[in-house]
Design a protein around this ligand. Structure first.
Ligand code: ATP
Ligand code: MG
Length: 375
């Protein structure tokens, strides 16, 4: 099945009627979010914590970019520095061509410009951050009030956005009357009020059940497609990256240690992100064995290659594990095979596999690392 067929089916199922989609967003080569040497040191009670340690991030226009990493890796600090909710200790942040760090450095007089620049950045929070005393519509209108939009225009815009997120009938409800998923839809509508070019999302789905998570992710993906919105999302869930992201970065100890488009990552030998996105199990059955992960993309199939390998070199090959999945809209397969003998005995058959254009990772052999942090 071509990789996009899945997606078409899923979209038809989850898309509110009346909205059309371009299947492939035009991701351009323009960087809409750039950070250079972004550093954040928190100082509290005489202690210093370096939450960001020189982060260079490049998010292209129109893509969904996922940042993943363990708790404390610096993900929230990164996203809060990108919209200057948190002032970076060093480095620069440029969003949609505007150097936000330069604006914030100019003191109180830059306040208005910074506010306007921020209105071009929507933010979605894990715990929704809705005002409980305001109706759904009034919550969505809040950023427009701050921007000084007229009452009539605010109301028109809020209703349009609520329709976009599938909540047209909840305009007069209060947050307490909504489910978690509905609250997050309001949070997303509010984030879109200033017609942002960029949407930042910090664990927007981690307070939601898996079903609701899927529908919120699909909404973010739809908005990305429909509005050409660039989305930077933070998550600790691999499934999120797998289902919606075009590109991803892995953070460890305040640094980006791997980054790239999902397909680049999958094609990078030794990529931790690729292994986490696409795990295949299976242990060597003995010491005197070579275990090889064979990854193939799109139309390629391993089956004939494996039997050819077996016939050509007259060796018995065991399949330890295999998986096929759609990652970032691309069909990917991975198979873990075992060859008799040690690596030294299998250099020629492994060379044969590589010649077939398959991506080969030999377990226990040092991969050619393409990690950014390893530079
Ligand atoms: N306001 C703060 N004051 C002091 N230290 C902080 C502050 N905010 C974050 N930190 C520290 O900075 C480091 C990075 O925190 P951050 O919240 O960015 O991590 P995270 O990757 O978002 O983690 P999680 O997945 O748990 O949300 C942590 O060691 C954290 O304790
Ligand atoms: Mg966090």
């Amino acid at each position: 099945m071509p990789p996009h067929e899945n997606r078409v089916a899923f979209q038809t199922e989850c898309t509110p009627p009346g909205h059309t989609h371009a299947l492939h967003p035009t991701v351009t080569e323009t960087h809409v979010i750039t950070t250079t040497g972004l550093t954040k040191v928190y100082r509290s009670r005489g202690r210093e914590v370096t939450a960001l340690d020189g982060v260079d991030l490049h998010v292209r226009e129109g893509e969904v970019y996922g940042v993943i990493g363990q708790s404390g890796a610096g993900k929230s600090s990164l996203i809060r520095c990108v919209n200057l909710l948190e002032k970076p200790t060093a480095g620069t942040v440029t969003v949609a061509g505007q150097d936000l760090t330069a604006l914030s450095g100019r003191g109180p007089r830059a306040g208005r410009e910074l506010r306007q620049a921020r209105s071009r950045i929507g933010m979605v929070f894990q715990h929704f951050n809705l005002l409980s005393t305001r109706t759904v519509q009034d919550n969505v209108e809040l950023p427009l009030e701050i921007l000084g939009t007229s009452g009539k225009e605010r109301s028109r815009k809020a209703l349009e956005l609520l329709d976009l997120v599938g909540l047209a009938d909840k305009a007069k409800a209060y947050p307490a009357q909504l489910s978690g998923g509905q609250k997050q839809r309001v949070g997303i509508a509010r984030a879109l009020a200033g017609d942002p070019k960029v949407l930042l999302s910090d664990e927007a789905t981690s307070a939601l059940d898996p079903e609701t998570t899927r529908s919120i992710l699909q909404l973010l993906r739809d908005l990305n497609r429909q509005l050409g919105l660039t989305v930077l999302l933070i998550t600790h869930e691999m499934d999120v990256v797998k289902n919606v992201c075009d590109s991803a970065a892995l953070m460890e100890n305040g640094r980006i240690v791997e980054s790239g488009t999902v397909s680049e990552l999958l094609a990078t030998p030794g990529s931790e992100l690729a292994a986490a996105l696409f795990p295949v199990g299976g242990e060597a059955t003995g010491d005197d064995r070579t275990v090889v992960d064979v990854t193939f993309h799109g139309e390629a199939a391993t089956q004939p290659v494996i039997s050819q390998l077996s016939r050509t070199y007259n060796i018995d090959i065991s399949i330890l594990g295999a998986a096929i999945d759609t990652v970032g809209g691309l069909q990917v397969g991975r198979m873990r095979i075992e060859l008799p003998g040690r690596y030294e005995d299998n250099v020629v058959p492994i060379g044969f596999l590589r010649e077939q254009g398959l991506q080969i990772d030999v377990l226990g052999q040092e991969p050619v690392l393409l990690k950014e942090g390893a530079k």
